[in-house]
Design a protein around this ligand. Structure first.
Ligand SMILES: [Zn+2]
Length: 220
């Protein structure tokens, strides 16, 4: 005949076993990988709440509020960075995206930007703003366009597609973005960024890198 103590110990053992099994199942079950496709153009809406974490009800600007769009999704993905943001972008003139990148830099996130050499100095380019904020920017060398449009967040999340980081692309053009955590897709972009970052090191091309590029017409 079992004593009360033995029964009690048995109950504890069973409950601990159940908890252990639940923990094991949770650990073994593959975490759902983020995959998302975003299309543009998007409607114009206020994004202040994304930057300030305040309720959109408190903003007094004239734009629509409380709107979730492809652009707000893009902003949230970029601002999810906690350690690094590697950005390779042909054209960068969107002020909210520039604000997001500068905000990450201020948070201590390591931000690296590669941009097309011809685009750096065109009217509206945010590259000067990024550099002024202390963000490391390298412009492409060579005679061909650096036409990539991708970002890697924390070496885990890839944002890539047709979208340049410009107002006309976000609000005017038909564009697409793929956002994915699939390692087989993220890793080649990490490698490409690594190669381009090294290839466009000004120390390797000091004779030409400090020259001011000519002014070009804005391209989306
Ligand atoms: Zn507002």
């Amino acid at each position: 005949m079992w004593t009360v103590k033995e029964v009690g110990l048995g109950v504890v053992a069973v409950s601990l076993s159940v908890e252990l099994i639940v923990l094991l199942v949770r650990r073994l079950r593959p975490r759902r990988t983020l995959n998302e496709v975003l299309f543009f153009p998007t409607e114009t809406a206020c994004v202040e709440h994304i930057f300030t974490s305040r309720s959109s009800d408190t903003c007094l600007c004239l734009l629509a509020h409380g709107v979730e769009s492809s652009f707000t999704r893009l902003l949230r993905h970029i601002l999810s960075a906690s350690s690094s943001l590697d950005l390779c972008i042909f054209a960068f003139s969107h002020m909210d995206l520039s604000r997001a990148v500068c905000m990450l830099h201020r948070r201590g996130v390591t931000v690296r930007v590669i941009v097309d050499k011809d685009y750096v100095a065109i009217t509206g380019s945010q590259i000067g703003v990024l550099r002024k904020a202390g963000i490391c920017v390298r412009r492409s060398v060579g005679s061909v366009f650096m036409h990539h449009k991708f970002a890697v967040v924390d070496r885990r999340l890839l944002i890539t597609g047709s979208l340049n980081w410009t107002l006309s692309a976000v609000q005017g053009n038909m564009e697409n973005i793929l956002v994915t955590e699939e390692p087989d897709l993220v890793k080649p972009f990490i490698k490409e960024f690594h190669n381009l970052w090294a290839h466009n090191d000004p120390a390797r091309h000091h004779s030409s890198s400090d020259q001011n590029p000519a002014h070009f017409t804005a391209r989306a």
